[in-house]
Design a protein around this ligand. Structure first.
Ligand code: TUI
Length: 308
């Protein structure tokens, strides 16, 4: 499927891997890029030396374009914004903030800039600031989310901007991709489906939680901290949600319990105190496959439906 996104990014399929903190490292990113999509290395809160190494390892594993996701709340965001320029990274996506102050320098360096936006207002601002495309991310997504759904957000962003729109949130197969295209998107960003890929390096306990999840097995926690996150509904996540609801857990106590919780999930598979960030579509994912199989299946499925 050729769209303005495949043209912009120089990839075979308009499928971008989500920039999942702690999860999206060089093995996963290079596998998605080698499969014809765009793999991403996630900046998260990671130190710059680690990220430089990840970018270099990814370059060794693929000749195809790949990108870096910059989580703008990271204390290292300024340094990472410069690192992607120094390392000649082709694509940058951003999350959890407004990347406006970096865009001119990225454009100057020839980096393609694709901010994640949870609203029409931010999409318009990003277009004015020179973004090449936007990712309209619905509340079905895993991790830090906005309030609007993919179904409502994508067509409104498509109507509001001229630049191409990539849909995200709740997309994990050809049907989701075809539906996104019907809403006017020209690409999809996919996170949760890649959690259950062979090349994804997360703890086996995490993969198992994704595979076993039912439709009702994700929960949003942390609304009262200003940073709502969608997670697998483990006992720990339920405890956080209940404490938030009945007022027995203050926002401060919530923050204390969740510091380092993503690392505990991804690296240790710790169900007692880890936060297993994942999208609401996990219920549909029942099998670990290779990134090549996943990318091809999603793209071919969408093509078939769109040609009907
Ligand atoms: O960023 C994500 N997903 C993430 S980031 C993350 S690490 C984290 N953990 C706890 C709290 C906060 C971050 C885990 N998952 N997705 C993209 C995304 N961006 N979702 C929502 C937004 C967003 C929100 C507000 C983007 C821009 C924005 O703008 C505010 C402004 O400054 O106008």
């Amino acid at each position: 499927m050729k769209t303005r996104i495949t043209e912009l990014l120089g990839c075979e399929y308009p499928i971008i891997q989500g920039g999942m903190a702690w999860v999206a490292e060089n093995t996963l990113a290079s596998a998605v890029s080698n499969a014809g999509g765009i793999g991403l290395i996630a900046g998260g809160n990671a130190p710059i030396d680690y990220l430089r190494e990840q970018i270099r390892l990814c370059k060794e594993k693929t000749n195809k374009p790949f990108g870096v996701n910059i989580m703008l709340m990271s204390p290292n965001a300024d340094d990472l914004a410069q690192l992607v320029i120094d390392e000649g990274v082709k694509v940058v996506t951003t999350g959890a903030g407004n990347p406006g102050k970096y865009i001119a320098a990225w454009k100057e360096a020839g980096v393609k800039v694709i901010p994640v936006v949870p609203s029409v207002a931010l999409a318009k601002r990003m277009e004015k600031s020179g973004a090449d495309a936007v990712i309209a991310e619905g509340t079905e997504s895993g991790g830090h989310i906005g309030e609007n759904t993919t179904m409502c957000l994508v067509p409104q962003v498509v109507d509001a901007v001229q630049i191409p729109v990539i849909a995200a949130g709740g997309i994990a197969d050809g049907r989701g991709m075809a539906a996104s295209f019907m809403l006017g998107a020209e690409g999809v960003q996919i996170g949760t489906r890649f959690l259950a890929s062979e090349e994804c390096q997360i703890h086996p306990v995490f993969k198992d939680l994704v595979i076993k999840a039912k439709d009702t097995d994700s929960v949003v926690t942390g609304r009262y901290t200003g940073h709502p996150c969608r997670n697998v509904k483990t006992k720990f996540a339920k405890k956080l949600a209940a404490g938030e609801k009945d007022g027995t857990l203050s926002p401060d106590e919530f923050e204390k319990l969740t510091v380092g919780a993503l690392r505990r999930a991804v690296v240790e598979g710790d169900v007692e105190s880890g936060s297993f960030l994942c999208g609401a579509i996990a219920g549909m994912i029942n099998e670990v496959k290779t990134c090549a199989e996943i990318v091809k299946e999603i793209n071919d499925g969408a093509e078939k439906l769109l040609k009907l």
